[in-house]
Write a new protein. Structure first.
Length: 248
């Protein structure tokens, strides 16, 4: 099987880090293809950038012409998963929801440690929308921007561990979710330092995508995620990539 793992920002180095973690999680025989959007912000840290990234991710996936079996959206708390599910027939898994689902299987409550404080409400909203907010003990910010996390992995681990301990001690969290694609690959060090399970969204999304494919399941098209209706949308940037039968 082939899984497309799509970075939500345009930082190629982060795409490579996401690819490496996804490939490490993938089962033998699963081909991981990592994609970087053609346009958009270099990092996604707010609603404006998230909406821009949503369009960029859809554009990048629809421009990919080789066969694939599933898509992972590798942005924590970002918009766009629902649009991909309308456009595609294959399973679409968002790393935010994947991490939370896995956390709920291994603990009564979980906390998310993310990048900046401004992203906290956005993540809270996405978890509530997905029906995963009730068991979320807290969403806490490390204070490091997305690109800072990538530039200084050692400092990132220290900051994540400090905030994770606060979530465990003060919020009674039993599991920690890494709340940023730029944190991928740090889960083992954070787990060793905190003594609780730490969930990486990229790895979780890949395994859940494999599970859906193994079960022969994909997105229901009966109502919420039915294909877009045919209509004219002036200057829509995805138009050139959408097959005629799915034109919007």
């Amino acid at each position: 099987m082939r899984i497309l793992v799509v970075n939500v920002n345009t930082a190629a180095s982060m795409t490579e880090a996401i690819r490496a973690r996804a490939a490490r999680a993938a089962a033998p025989g699963t081909d991981i293809v990592a994609l970087t959007p053609f346009f958009g912000p270099e990092s996604v840290e707010g609603n404006l950038e998230s909406y821009l990234a949503a369009v960029a991710v859809m554009d990048r996936v629809l421009a990919y012409t080789e066969p694939y079996d599933a898509v992972v959206q590798a942005g924590f708390g970002e918009h766009g998963r629902e649009g991909l599910q309308e456009l595609l027939d294959v399973p679409v898994v968002d790393i935010t929801e994947a991490a939370a689902h896995i956390a709920c299987l291994i603990g009564r409550s979980y906390s998310v440690v993310t990048s900046l404080e401004r992203t906290v409400p956005q993540i809270e909203d996405r978890l509530k929308l997905a029906g995963l907010g009730e068991r979320c003990a807290s969403v806490r910010a490390s204070g490091l921007g997305v690109l800072e996390l990538e530039a200084d992995p050692g400092g990132a681990v220290d900051a994540i561990v400090r905030v994770a301990r606060q979530a465990i001690e003060q919020d009674r969290a039993e599991v920690i979710c890494l709340g940023c694609g730029g944190m991928t690959g740090l889960e083992e060090k954070v787990a060793a330092a905190t003594g609780v399970p730490v969930v990486d969204g990229v790895a979780s999304a890949v395994k859940l995508a494999e599970a859906l494919l193994g079960l022969g399941l994909s997105t229901s098209k009966i109502r919420t995620y039915a294909r877009p209706r045919a209509k004219t949308i002036t200057a829509w940037p995805l138009h050139q990539h959408i097959p005629q039968e799915n034109a919007i």
